[in-house]
Design a protein around this ligand. Sequence first.
Ligand code: XMP
Length: 509
Amino acid sequence: MQHNVLILDFGSQYTQLIARRVRELNIFCEIFPYNHFPTDLSDYKAVILSGSPFSVRSEDAPHPDLSQIRGKLPLLAVCYGAQYLAHFSGGEVAPSNIREYGRANLSYIKVNEPFFEKVNAHSQVWMSHSDTIKSLPENGVRLASTNDVENAAYRIEGEQTYAIQFHPEVYHSTDGKQMLENFLVNIAQVPQNFTPNAFVDEMVAELKEKLQNDKVVLGLSGGVDSTVAAVLLHQAIGKNLYCIFVNNGLLRKNEFENVLDQYKHMGLNVKGVDASGRFLSELAGVSDPETKRKIIGRVFIEVFDDEAHQIEDVKWLAQGTIYPDVIESVSVKGPSATIKSHHNVGGLPDYMKLSIVEPLRMLFKDEVRRVGATLGIDASLLGRHPFPGPGLSIRILGDITLEKVRILQEVDALFIEGLKSFGLYDKVWQAGAILLPVNSVGVMGDERTYEKVVALRAVESTDGMTADWVHLPYDFLMKISNEIINKVKGVNRVVYDISSKPPATIEWE
Ligand code: XMP
């Protein structure tokens, strides 16, 4: 990939959002920690400094080395970045005595400034800082103010350096994207050539060059990322891509057969391995969620390893890693603390001695979907809800038996089919059913029953980090609940989970 825009991260919660807005302009950008970025910047056309939770006045505040950047490349400094430039170049930054948080409106914009072209006179901007710039740095020219923030935006005379105290990347800054476009396209003249088509062409060429006639093995999961990675690689190296799709016995009803079939129709060289018996026998009697995850992770590696060894001379392992995982592992804060062990599955053990190829490592999830669409992958595959690696094992609370898997698969299938037939599936980010480890009393005909309870869960989210429960229509819930109780033997009660994340999580285990 060509390097176009460098974003230096000072640890702001919004840094990824800056990258997403830049990418929405069809401009390629990369995020690096402020203290660890490439020394050779000759391929970059502009730099953006992010915000930060730090105050520039505190001792442990980030101090980037901008000697290769300032005055040499067009520079946009956001929030902390703007205060940093002011504080260390002859200006003054001090604690603000009013609250500079939330929505504000510009009350002054300097005329004839390219940075503010097509920006509305009283444009709304999003502020989020406790310090404020009291006086501008040397050669600073004020460009905009709000009623409370005099130096909301400035530039440095004689340089292509711009600084803003508000956050253009947040949607509440209604002209934020316009300002980013003004800076990147009009001022820095960065080309807008990062499109899904261009990505596919470039990546396929890069993979051909890198992999030559080597054999590559890839584990398919049925999810969007591994599928798109496989199709890209298939375009580049054809039959030298060996895909392995493992049935761990914890997939959705008929998922293994259906998805395998879809993969074969796509022309992929894929081997389906049914290891469900092995997974279920290793999981027998295990109730602890983390132990379940560890067992599944280990058995998956063993099964995959056995299969991969049967491919003679395989050199590469392909993975569907995407950009948020990459940023997370090199972020200013370092990899975040492990909350659930399976979230950071780290590939295969060292002894496999395979080199890693990750064709999607520069893409955000929505970009992966767009690339997938460009590659002609079916919308039904690209629009699938996320599904956890350990599958139904973490939705069967307590120990796992074949019978419990069967019950949950039936319930889950009715729920998901119902969402589809009511036109609700695409409005929900993720949905599934949970088998609870309790029995409840019911009546059926003249008989008293004492059977299982299932919970239904449907959430809205953008990335799984936070989530709200979906207000599914009562009519729908009524129909699904009846259907489940009538059709699935062993279940006599259905409940709906109305908890948001945080404090709850999406999965129950
Ligand atoms: P939580 O339950 O943490 O889930 O709110 C957030 C997202 O992550 C998925 N998830 C997992 N995915 N292995 C996975 O591959 C796991 O162990 C795992 N646990 C949760 C969950 O389905 C949701 O999309």
